[in-house]
Design a protein around this ligand. Structure first.
Ligand code: ZN
Ligand code: CA
Length: 369
């Protein structure tokens, strides 16, 4: 592994703008790099459905041994503000200049995967088929991996590099997430002259929300109202108001229960005030649970031990492409890349964690070969 090359990859990558939905320039930058490793490369056609100017970038390096095909994945998009990133290296840590995020979420994963594979190729280390998927539109919906055509992939085992904390953390379970929209409809009236003729949608909405269990619902379950919309001049009783919310749970039954609870609170309030409510919920992605005893987990624990790091299997409330891989028949876990404070202007990553992630890629390839 060449640390200088890895760091240069990372610094180059974060300086190419790729906010969610605009990953094309970054994908175009990566294509010749993957081709130079001997990979067959394609950009798939999920861009339109996912809402991007690019598709997912898929690469395959043909096997030199008869190990199984394994998948490595990270996402190309970054959260805002992420245009014009100016990375600063200080005391072995890479920061942004404080005006943008760094974009190490998830370009650190991409840099580590590429450096790992490049080392395997340079040193003629035997390997099975290696597949990479660098997804679009992970942030805000996992849409790249959701709409991916899985018949394009051979791997039944996958490693996603996309979670924070020190290298060694292994995410083996993640939640289901539902998106909820509730629109309350009351009746307009002059607020000063004849308020008794009106039904306030805002009051209905407020009463409903105040009767809900939200935020940390239980050990497995969370829920949050993210946005409220509606209203107008103060002299009119508001006819319509909407809230947008999410609910998540590691347990599908508990998620269904939480959605039911939120729906009931809305209907009870609408009934109390004599108005109506339209409550719409849709599943954004499903929960996943990979057993600790499974090959995908046990092998990454071994690979980590080979580079002197203890593997720590754990579960998270956060979503990642890992959910969609598991949903589509690829047994996958999400590995920490050493990111600190992702999604903030203080985001940073230790160069040593970048190096460890690349070493881990190499060890995994060796183990499966
Ligand atoms: Zn990420
Ligand atoms: Ca993220």
């Amino acid at each position: 592994m060449r640390k200088d090359r890895l760091l240069q990859y990372f610094l180059d990558f974060v300086q190419i703008d790729s906010p969610t939905g605009e990953e094309r320039d970054f994908a175009n930058h990566l294509i010749p790099i993957l081709e130079s490793l001997g990979m067959q490369v394609q950009i798939d056609d999920t861009g339109k459905r996912a809402g991007s100017n690019s598709g997912n970038l898929i690469g395959r390096l043909p096997a030199t041994s008869d190990g199984p095909s394994i998948l490595f994945s990270s996402h190309m998009d970054t959260v805002s503000p992420s245009r014009g990133v100016n990375p600063i290296v200080r005391d072995g840590i890479v920061y942004s200049d404080g005006t943008t995020v760094l974009g190490g979420d998830d370009k650190a994963g991409i840099a580590a995967i590429i450096e790992g594979i490049q080392t395997v190729v340079d040193e003629n280390i035997p390997h099975g088929d290696i597949e990479v998927v660098f997804t679009i539109c992970e942030e805000g919906g996992l849409f790249g991996s959701k709409y991916l055509d899985y018949s394009k992939l051979n791997s039944k085992i996958g490693y996603v590099f996309d979670t924070g904390g020190s290298v060694g953390k292994i995410i083996i379970g993640g939640p289901s997430q539902a998106q909820i929209t509730a629109t309350f409809t009351g009746r307009e009236a002059h607020a000063g002259v004849s308020p008794e003729e009106g039904i306030s949608a805002i009051q209905m909405l407020a009463t409903a929300i105040s009767n809900m269990k939200l935020l940390r619902v239980d050990q497995d379950t969370t829920a949050n109202i993210g946005q409220i919309e509606g209203g107008g001049p103060t002299n009119i009783v508001t006819k319509q108001a909407t809230f947008f919310a999410e609910a998540r749970s590691l347990d599908e039954a508990k998620l269904a229960e939480q959605i039911h609870h939120m729906r009931e609170a809305c209907y009870a309030s609408a009934e109390e005030y004599g108005g109506s409510v339209e409550f719409i919920d849709s599943l954004a992605y499903s929960a996943f649970n990979v057993p600790v005893e499974s090959e995908v987990v046990q092998n990454v624990i071994k690979a980590l031990a080979n580079i002197g790091i203890e593997g720590v299997p754990t579960k998270t409330g956060g979503g990642s492409d890992t959910s969609n891989y598991n949903e589509n028949g690829i047994s996958a876990v999400n590995l920490s890349i050493g990111e600190t404070k992702p999604h903030t202007l203080e985001e940073s990553i230790r160069i040593e964690d970048l190096n460890n992630s690349a070493r881990l890629v190499i060890e995994l390839i060796k183990l499966y070969a």
